[in-house]
Design a protein around this ligand. Structure first.
Ligand code: PLZ
Length: 449
């Protein structure tokens, strides 16, 4: 009998470079990639993966890299997490697909039961399952429109909600997400976010909310608003944490205005920020919540969970999709959620933040280009600027990221201005590895600045 929680199936938890990065086999595969994969699909770090687990990614040349990306906040439970592997293996041998809309199966229902338990609020809830975060967001908007019989959707500066047509319209940043891909869906209105590092000094969360709400009321009209859609901590936008009081004030306005408050927790969800969901930090209870990424340990699964009266306002057959709630993905989600509970991964995320923040603050003392350090739990970022200003420094950001990559640490960038380094380690990463990754980051700044 194997212990499902023991990491014995994981690769050795170490940073080990045996070739330059990328190594010869990865370079060969990159050549094949260029000849066959669309140039439209980018690459952050051109090493091809052979295996991954815990806090490392092992490439085809035998290099072992420390993972501070978790596949963009997906493998919160670790890559190929033992419970997930076992659950998927069992399911794949039983049946792989029937389509839940044709002949249902228990896993889908069990996932929805879990989502009702773990998401904020003790009201009656319903869920529907999809394949990607974008699809979840699209469906949340559909549900809000049907339930309110209104059409306007409010989104924020720096928001990221996906790459499909509606979610491109909801996303703020033009390059690379939107450029040339229009026309975009109508009835989407963008208002200012609370962004403490870039707002006027001392602008409180309540004041930033008033600024956004005034714009909604004057430019859209409260009675036309179907939904306000917001990431409680913005992800691709650069881990922007709104000033405290902002989210509760926006949520409160929605309930007054009869608009649906949708929290997009695709990136922040499933223990990432030190709570099950980032909305909980300020006691906000979203009407609808969009989920994906961390929920299924790497298998494609997404969800909209929300108030029963909204979710059930949709006519029968109005929501669905061939693969939504695929049985393998559901098995993976149940195993992931169980792992999060058993290993207290919310606590682990808080511990990661507690390790990272003091180290980054010490680094900031030596590196004046670090303008801001922010985030919560295991969702931490630094924003790089020309020293003493708030002018973004995307070139320095790219150089530091490249240096980390070359030294065997997977880091990601983000931000409207491309000047944010973000850290999203798997929540099961060991403290030693995390600390070694921070040493590499220190050295990267010393080398490039
Ligand atoms: N909402 C808050 O973070 C996905 C995008 C990576 P999908 N973020 C990573 C890229 O460059 O495509 C995301 C998110 C938030 C929605 C989405 C969309 O989720 O699963 O990528 O569709």
């Amino acid at each position: 009998m194997t212990d499902l929680l023991a990491p014995q199936s994981s690769p050795t938890q170490e940073r080990r470079l045996v070739t330059e990065i990328p190594g010869p086999r990865s370079r060969e595969l990159m050549t094949r990639r260029s000849a066959t994969v669309s140039a439209g699909v980018g690459t952050t770090l051109p090493v091809f993966v052979a295996r991954a687990g815990g806090g490392v990614v092992v490439d085809v040349d035998g290099n072992s890299l420390i993972d501070l990306g978790a596949g963009i906040a997906v493998v919160n439970v670790g890559n190929a997490a033992p419970r997930v592997v076992a659950a998927v293996q069992e399911q794949v041998a039983a049946f792989t697909h029937t389509c839940f809309m044709v002949t249902p199966y228990e896993g889908y229902v069990a996932v929805c039961e879990e989502l009702a338990r773990v998401t904020p609020g003790d009201h009656e809830k319903r869920s529907a399952l999809f394949n990607s975060g974008s699809e979840a967001v699209e469906n949340a908007v559909k549900i809000a429109r049907v339930a309110t019989n209104r059409s306007a959707v409010i989104v924020f500066d720096h928001a990221y909600h996906g790459r499909t047509n509606l979610t491109m319209a909801l996303t703020a940043k033009n390059m690379p997400y939107k450029n040339g891909f229009g026309p975009f869906a109508p009835e989407v209105y963008r208002v200012p976010m609370s962004y403490p590092f870039r707002d006027a000094d001392g602008l409180s969360g309540a004041e930033a909310a008033t600024r956004a709400i005034r714009q909604i009321e004057t430019q859209v009209g409260a009675a036309n608003v179907a939904a306000v859609l917001i990431e409680p901590i913005q992800g691709e936008g650069g881990f922007v944490v709104p000033a405290s009081g902002f989210l509760p004030a926006v949520a409160e306005w929605c309930s007054q205005a009869g608009a649906v408050f949708i929290a997009d927790e695709v990136q922040t969800g499933f223990c990432r920020t030190g709570d099950w969901f980032a909305s909980e930090h300020e006691g906000v209870v979203p009407d609808l919540i969009t989920l994906a990424k961390g929920m299924a340990g790497g298998l494609p699964l997404a969800a909209v969970t929300g108030r029963a009266e909204l979710m059930d306002a949709v006519h029968t057959g109005g929501l669905g999709g061939t693969y939504g709630g695929n049985p393998l993905a559901c098995a993976a989600a149940l195993a992931s959620i169980e792992t999060m509970r058993e290993l207290d991964l919310a606590g682990a995320a808080r511990a990661i933040g507690d390790t990272m923040l003091p180290r980054l603050r010490a680094l900031q003392e030596r590196v004046p280009a670090i303008g801001d350090i922010r985030g919560r739990g295991a969702m931490i970022a630094i924003e790089l600027v020309k020293a003493g200003t708030t002018e973004p420094d995307p070139a320095l950001t790219a150089a530091v990221a490249r240096h980390c990559h070359a030294q065997g640490v997977v880091v990601l960038t983000a931000g409207t201005f491309g000047n944010v380094l973000r850290f999203l380690p798997p929540l099961v990463i060991g403290q030693d590895l995390l600390s070694e990754a921070l040493d590499v980051l220190d050295a990267a700044f010393a080398a490039v600045s």
